[in-house]
Structures are given as C-alpha cells and as structure tokens.
Design a protein around this ligand. Structure first.
Ligand SMILES: Cc1ncc(COP(=O)(O)O)c(C=O)c1O
Length: 405
C-alpha cells in the first residue's frame, strides 16, 4: 500500500488540523459527509477564476472551456465506475437520483417495487410515495445479523418491476451482495436500482460487473463538493424512461405543438447544472485514483477490524453494526442508559465528531432495532488507528461515568 502514506494524506485535508473544544478534530462522521482535500478546495477557486461560463449553450471560447470541463468531469465519473459517459447523469445527490427514477420509471397501477428494511429514507420514501399511484411496495426483512432475506429475491412477487436496494447500510454497515440480487432479479424480469451512496466512496466499483440498471451516489461523501451527485442509467433501458424535469437543454426540438426530447444524459439534466460541483467531483476522483480504490478499501478494512477489535474493551456499550458477513467502517452504538445525542455531545467535548439520532433510517432504527436512536462513528481513509484509540478511550470513559446495565 505504497500510496497509503497517511501522514501525507492527512496534510491534504486542512480541516483535519482544526481544534474543536481545544482538541484536534477526530472526524468520525464520514458516512454523513467526507472532508475535502486542498486539490478540490483550490480547484473550485480555479474554476471560478478561469473557467466559469454556462456550458453547452453559448459558443464563445470561455463557454467552450466550461463545456469541456463539464464533459471531462462526466468522463472521469464514467471511468471511475466503468460506465459509458452518456450513462452518467449529474444530479444533486443520491436522494435526487432515486427520486428521479421514481418519476421517470414507466410504472403502471398494480406494479410492484421492492425496497428493504436497511434503507436510508432516500431509498424508501420515493417508493412509499408511489403507493398513491396504486403501486405496491414490498419491504424486504433483515435477520438479527443485519443480513437481507436473500430468499425473497429468489422468488419475487409477480409484477415486480423494480428492485431497489442499498449496497451498504449507513447504520448496520451491512454490505449486500448486489451482484447476486441483480442477477436473480433480472432472471425474473425486474430491473434493479442500487443505492451506492455508502459504497462507491470506499471500494472499487464496476457497474458492468454488477449489472444493475440504476445506480445512485453522492459526490459529497467522496471528497467532492455538496450539491453534486450521480445517477447511472444503463443505456439499454433508457429509452423507456419518461422525462423528470423539463426545460432548457433537455430537448432536441420544440414547437408549441410538439416536443422532441434529448437522449440520456441530457434528457435528465434540464436547466443549468452544478458545473462547479461536477468539476470538483472530477478532481475528487483524480485524488481517489491517485491513491487507488483498492488501497483505500484495504486500508479501511484494516481500520474497521482494528475498531471492532478495540470495541471489545468497551463496557456498558451496545453495538448495532458489524455482525453481517461483510460490513464497512460504520460503528453504530449506544452507551447503555444514555441518549445518543448526549453521547455525541460528550464526545464532541473531546473533539470527536460522531453522528447520533435516527440516521435518516427511522424504520430500521425504531421499528426493527427498537431503539430511540443510535450514535455512529464512521471511517474514511484519512482516519488513523491513533484516532480510534482515542475514540474508544473517551467512549469508555463516558460509559464508565454515565452508562448503566
Ligand atoms: C445509504 C445512503 N443512501 C442515501 C443517502 C442520501 O445521500 P444524500 O443526502 O447525499 O442524498 C445516504 C446519506 O447518508 C446514505 O447513507
């Protein structure tokens, strides 16, 4: 892992030396959003000082530079996930990507869509809303080890048109076998959407290998700015989709009596897009590629094992992640007897940033895990074993003072 020079990597992220309540920040809220390297931060400034114009529309030189920057960013994203550039639609985030599919998919009354208990609200609510249009929604259950019921996928209910599933859970850390889910769902005639918001930032990802039809992810969880995300659409299925938003640059020809729409990706990019965001996402991908996604995955797996090993030292702490066959660097927990917000507050006093609450997965946390919230530490490749040591020590201290059995 030559490229995993952590000390050097950490210097690329200016915020990691910030002091919080007198302590150097230990940022363990990476599942919520990642920090940004100077290459991205400075790149945004460069964009506005050198490239800024509205791409595609105007033909002057600066606009052509902006168009090139936008197209280059699309190509970088496509290469990163092994897609073709026209299969990459820029959106605001994973949430918008999934909502887009819920509007664009040609559902008919009586059709079925499935999602799961493991989902973030963004892969749940767009489907639940379809009930208003007479679409049936199935929720796939999970075991006590946070594994999806894979038998469900072997025999999908009749009329299932779309199977929506997360690649990695933002609460339990479960990494699902989305390749297998895609394979068996396709055999039964259903298309597949994967929420890859918690996987693409952390591992090599190949859309052709997985074979799914839609893949949603957010730039901000993988070093890019806020407000830029991606919906991958497999080109073979694109022609059956209906436009989502209508307006500028998503049409080939317009008269008051007839509109001819563009093909993907333009079909789903109505109006002026977040060009700066796309440019920043291209730079983020350059940065990730320089380190290498295999290296990132390997290092994060090492950190995750270390964290779970160290967690054995904890007393009066319940853990709700890391039980599935495959899991990522997410560690969900509660100090017994303490609300997760109080735990997060006490950790913050020591400069340790963790998330608390429902994690936008309330049915999972409240209905399935029977909790009124959980605290969550989540890792990225700039975290260190020393940070994990400090986190575990401080957590043990809090649990010792406030926890009860
Ligand atoms: C698994 C998962 N899916 C989707 C999302 C939504 O991402 P965004 O808020 O960027 O749309 C998140 C965010 O935490 C997530 O963890």
């Amino acid at each position: 892992m030559d490229n995993m020079d952590i000390e050097k990597i950490r210097k690329d992220f200016p915020i990691l030396s910030k002091k919080i309540n007198g302590n150097t920040l230990i940022y363990l809220d990476n599942a919520a959003t990642s920090q940004k390297p100077s290459a991205v931060i400075d790149g945004i400034k460069y964009f506005y000082e050198n490239i800024n114009a509205n791409p595609i529309r105007s033909i002057h030189g600066l606009a052509e530079e902006a168009t090139k920057a936008y197209n280059d960013a699309r190509q970088k994203v496509a290469a990163f996930i092994n897609a073709d550039p026209e299969e990459v639609v820029f959106v605001r985030n994973a949430t918008e990507a999934i909502n887009l599919v819920s509007f664009a998919f040609p559902f008919k009354e009586g059709d079925r869509v499935s999602t799961t208990y493991l989902e973030h609200h963004s892969n749940l609510l767009p489907w639940l809303r379809l009930k208003e249009k007479g679409i049936n929604v199935d929720i796939v259950s999970i075991s006590d080890d946070y594994e999806l019921d894979m038998d469900y996928y072997k025999q999908l209910p009749k009329n299932t048109r779309l199977v929506a599933v997360t690649h990695a859970s933002n609460v339990t850390g479960t990494i699902n076998d989305v390749k297998e889910i895609t394979r068996v769902s396709h055999e039964q005639g259903s298309l597949v959407l994967i929420d890859a918001a918690q996987s693409i930032p952390h591992m090599p990802f190949d859309v052709k290998d997985i074979g799914a039809d839609f893949i949603a992810f957010s730039g901000h969880k993988m070093l890019a700015p806020f407000g830029i995300g991606v919906l991958y659409i497999k080109k073979e299925i694109a022609e059956n989709l209906k436009p989502f938003l209508t307006g500028g640059e998503m049409i080939k020809d317009v008269s008051l009596s007839k509109v001819i729409y563009e093909n993907i990706p333009n079909l789903f990019e109505a109006g002026t897009q977040n060009i700066e965001g796309a440019y920043g996402m291209g730079l983020a991908i350059d940065y990730l590629n320089d380190i290498g996604m295999e290296n990132i995955e390997k290092y994060e797996n090492e950190l995750t094992s270390y964290l779970y090993e160290k967690s054995k030292e904890l007393k009066n702490v319940d853990i709700y992640s890391g039980k599935s066959k495959r899991f990522n660097g997410i560690f969900s927990f509660n100090v017994v007897g303490l609300h997760s917000h109080d735990t997060a507050y006490l950790l913050d006093k020591k400069g340790i940033a963790v998330r608390s609450g429902f994690h936008c997965a309330q049915p999972l946390i409240e209905d399935r895990l029977k909790l009124d919230g959980a605290a969550r530490a989540s890792l990225y490749f700039y975290n260190t074993k020393e940070e994990i040591d400090t986190f575990i020590n401080e957590l043990n201290d809090i649990a010792g003072k406030y926890g009860r059995r």
